[in-house]
Design a protein around this ligand. Sequence first.
Ligand code: T46
Length: 137
Amino acid sequence: MDYQIVNINKIEQQGKGLLSFIEANRDVEFEIKRLYYIYEVPQGEIRGYHAHKRLKQLLFCPHGEININIDNGWEIESVLLDDPSKGLIIKEGIWRTMEFITEGAVLCVVASEYYDESDYIRTYDEFIEHVKGGYWK
Ligand code: T46
């Protein structure tokens, strides 16, 4: 499955907490064009249910726990984002859902492209067609 779990830079300062950062062109292999974040999602709610044709993203959860389910059309895996310094890079052609496990969890995403609705694949049938062509039928 084409995903990577990465360690986000973390600096610990005795008695003063932690600081994490992501640097464009250094920590991610794609150009960062957009940052967005999702918050105030009710506990247990699941978002997503789509894939992207071109978009690459780094997801991380600076607060709380979010389970990311990823599906490439052949395999399904889950990655729990439960630490602010844990990141998940997912590339194009991956169906994803994001389950907000804890109340108040925040999902942050840095993305390789500006928002473009035409890049979304929003039905599972269309996704399977996209990744497998006509051969799966
Ligand atoms: C993804 C997962 C992890 C915008 O106008 N600009 C934006 O940058 C984004 C991300 C969304 N929108 C609009 C599009 C919809 O009208 O915000 C609305 C909610 O978007 P959506 O239902 O796609 O949200 P999620 O949480 O299902 O998915 C989001 C991203 O859209 C998606 O790219 O990979 O987070």
